[in-house]
Ligand binder design. Sequence first.
Ligand SMILES: *Cc1c(COP(=O)(O)O)cnc(C)c1O
Length: 350
Amino acid sequence: MSRPELRIRTDRFLANIAAVRERIAPSDLMIVVKDQAYGHGLAWAVDTAVQAGVRRFGSYDIRSGIDIRRRLGQAEHTDVQIFAWATSTDEEIDEALDHRIDLGVGTAEYLDRVLARAEARGIAARIHLKIDTGLHRNGLLPEEWPDTIVRVRAAEAAGHASLVGIWSHLAEASDAEDDEAREVFLTAIRTAEQAGPTPEALHLTASAASWWRPELRGTVSRIGAFCYGIRSADGPDLEGILPVAELRATVVDVRGGDALIGVGSFDGLPSALAGAFVGTPAGPRELRLVGETSATIAGWSGMAVGDEVHLFGAGEHGESSATTLAERIDTVGEEILTRLTPFVHRVIVD
Ligand SMILES: *Cc1c(COP(=O)(O)O)cnc(C)c1O
């Protein structure tokens, strides 16, 4: 093996999904698969999750949502719901309607366009309306909410829309702020209920809040990171959750007391990770320097060309998790994964 390898452990993904579902029940898992399933690979993630019985996917953008629908098969898994929340072009909206993609709608302008496209196509758009609960990053303001509900209910009556969800995203800066966000969320749901049935998908929480704050969970929880075994930055390890991806490289040269491995910043390994510990056949060793196409590791006795080094993983060889590496450079674990280039060979392991 000369190219670095990202090993994707299907058994761990399945175990994490099971642990998450058990923890959040009766809230239903919507697995978030944005950024090519956080760098693990979209097709693999969809196949595995659907086989495990997951019936909701969060894609972020419509294009990936359509990729998921195609992967599932147009005529199969018709009960699977795919949620795309990126504000999109009219052409994309048309495609989303044709592929039964649920649309996250967070502005009046986008709502107008979605309803216009649905009317033109004679299809009822499946809408999850987003209330701004304080993050101020897309979402209808509480003062716009009542009029928006009137508009959506009218579109429902005309057959152009179906209000299937109400949602928001938490800042997770403090419990108190999240509690306030929940109050705004619940008020928005009550307003919608006064003019029609309660939407089936009520979703507010992502990984951390879904896991730690049961009182904030809605009928659905949107979870990415924990399903891939990525703990929160500065958060604790989680019971029953293990990293799905492991990055390995082989020793390509031995120089003095150091080992050179075949992975570097050109592969997406941040050079600022120098100083971190990686796993070697002799246990943890310091990553001394990250070059462009290779990295230098403090050596061990008996080291030889071809030895395997684990850059991140579950710690079996003394390596850190992706999140522990990320904390050194003030980012989140998923970024360590999504930065890896396609040159890093993805190997799926059952
Ligand atoms: C990424 C994302 C999630 C998933 O967050 P995790 O912390 O990875 O579980 C949920 N909701 C939205 C809107 C997101 O963008």
